[in-house]
Write a protein that binds this ligand. Sequence first.
Ligand SMILES: [Mg+2]
Length: 205
Amino acid sequence: MSAYKAVIFDRDATLNRTTQILRAGQAAGDKTDGYVLAPHELELFPAVKPALVALRALGVLPFVFTQQNCIGKGLVSADDVAAIHAHMNGILGTAAAIEKFYLAWSVPGQPEDARAKPSPAMILEMMQEYALKPADVLAAGDSMRDYKSARAAGVDFVWIRDDLGRVSEADMQATGCKIYDDVQAMVRDIFPHAPKFAPKPVSGL
Ligand SMILES: [Mg+2]
């Protein structure tokens, strides 16, 4: 039985699609830089909501640690990203809501932000704010910087295969961490005692 009390997820390509985000003037099939710049561009993978419902039903809190360099590039403001995250939680509903989003970004031409991945800063902040120990926390992500951030924080890590294939299978396997196609497959494996489906009211009560 898993002893994790919290799972902290990378956002882009772990929870939401980063390919095929079409903007005005773009033809179908164009690929963008992958940034989600507005709430309507956010497309959660189908596995996300049931996975988060299962975690919350167990009392395991879901968090996000995300690096949005689109802020540093001036494409959006931090408030815009907060609105995207509010929209995400609106889609998820209270039974699957992200407990808190931790956000970092770097600015081109300036030194990398000290909180940016692969720094463990965001994970350490979450552990401090929620009085969690490294053994209480599992991190999930699709990139090598996610992995390095988790390891630097001393927490376990699992891979979620992304929608771009940026990290090779060999590189993921070399870390010794488990690899999953999506977050629901991860939750079913790591938390096998979690409900498979969202709890429903029992009729007749
Ligand atoms: Mg990612």
